[in-house]
Design a protein around this ligand. Structure first.
Ligand code: NAD
Length: 294
């Protein structure tokens, strides 16, 4: 299976990054979204992404312009997928929206097209039937700021064809990702299966008053050699995400954590690095200062 043409469905935060990453690595990319107005906004995101690639990766203006030239746009699904070898879905994290999208896609895409979902929390087996081609469907999960945090977790469902799986692993490498194959379905893949419990445990210790932010982070950093502790990481992820996860969770202590985050952080606008303050103040957070680990 030879992948040349890629269609990315959804041009939001992740979809725009995935599309640009693929175009930057030489693929012809069609960006699909529900309206031409939204696609116009995506063009602005691509300008910004070009700047980021120059700043963080040392990409040249010529490379960025070549990537932009490889991007095409369509708000008509049959047109957007007519030549697609691979469709990467990055539509909203809502099971009803995704099911409806795959049902329409099943009716429009050529037989050859492989479908890959970037869903963070939903499993491919949930949508396999709606795709109409379960053997050619799997998850390909990227992290936010894909050009820097270049993980690609590849996770099939029990009906995924191993040859399709391997094609997507090779594709992920070809766009500059570290390909991370999973052998079975796992909610949260590998990264969130590790990260969410760590962040929740840190928040639990804080909300219960066991220790303060800096002591908890310092413990993790000194004991494991990690460059950040749970609260440094939470500021990068964004406290709104942590709040939403705890609000929806029925795990012991989650209600206490979500009430704590709402009062101290959400209601006061301390939402993390992007807001200039979360658990730490930015730029130059305390955990990066010399002597923090003493
Ligand atoms: P977003 O809200 O920024 O973007 C979603 C885009 O999908 C919007 O442009 C919207 O107009 C479009 N859309 C809505 N309905 C559509 C439809 N029927 N067909 C095509 N496009 C449609 O969302 P996002 O943060 O980019 O997340 C998209 C997916 O990526 C989700 O499954 C999410 O779990 C996953 N993801 C997000 C992150 C992250 O950090 N934001 C990280 C990894 C994975």
């Amino acid at each position: 299976m030879n992948i040349k043409n890629v269609t990315v469905a959804g041009s939001g935060v992740l979809g725009s990054q995935i599309a640009f990453q693929c175009a930057f690595h030489g693929y012809q990319v069609t960006v699909y979204d529900i309206s031409d107005e939204i696609l116009e906004k995506a063009k602005t995101s691509f300008q910004q992404l070009g700047e980021n690639f120059r700043r963080d990766l040392g990409a040249t203006q010529q490379q960025v312009e070549a990537a932009v030239q490889r991007l095409a746009y369509s708000s008509d699904l049959p047109t957007a997928v007519k030549d697609a070898d691979l469709l990467i879905e990055a539509v909203p994290e809502n099971p009803a929206v995704k099911t409806e999208f795959y049902t329409k896609l099943a009716a429009s895409a050529p037989e050859k097209t492989i479908f890959a979902s970037n869903s963070s929390t939903l499993l491919p087996s949930q949508f396999a039937a709606a795709t109409g081609r379960p053997a050619q469907f799997l998850a390909l999960h990227f992290a936010n700021e894909i050009w820097k945090h270049n993980t690609a977790e590849i996770m099939g469902h029990p009906g995924t064809d191993p040859a399709v799986f391997n094609t997507v692993v090779d594709f992920a490498r070809s766009i500059g990702m570290v390909a991370l194959p999973l052998h079975k379905e796992q909610p949260g893949y590998i990264v969130n299966s590790l990260l969410v419990p760590l962040l929740s445990a840190g928040l639990g210790l804080l909300a219960k008053g066991v220790a303060d932010v800096e002591t908890i982070d310092k413990t993790w950093m000194v004991a494991t050699g990690a460059p950040m502790g749970p609260f440094g990481i939470l500021d990068v992820v964004g406290i709104t995400t942590a709040y939403n996860i705890n609000k929806m969770s029925s795990a012991p202590g989650a209600a206490q954590v979500s009430a704590f985050l709402k009062e101290k952080f959400i209601d006061t606008g301390k939402l993390g690095v992007a807001a200039g303050e979360g658990f730490y103040k930015y730029p130059g957070p305390a955990y990066k200062q010399p002597g923090f680990l003493q």
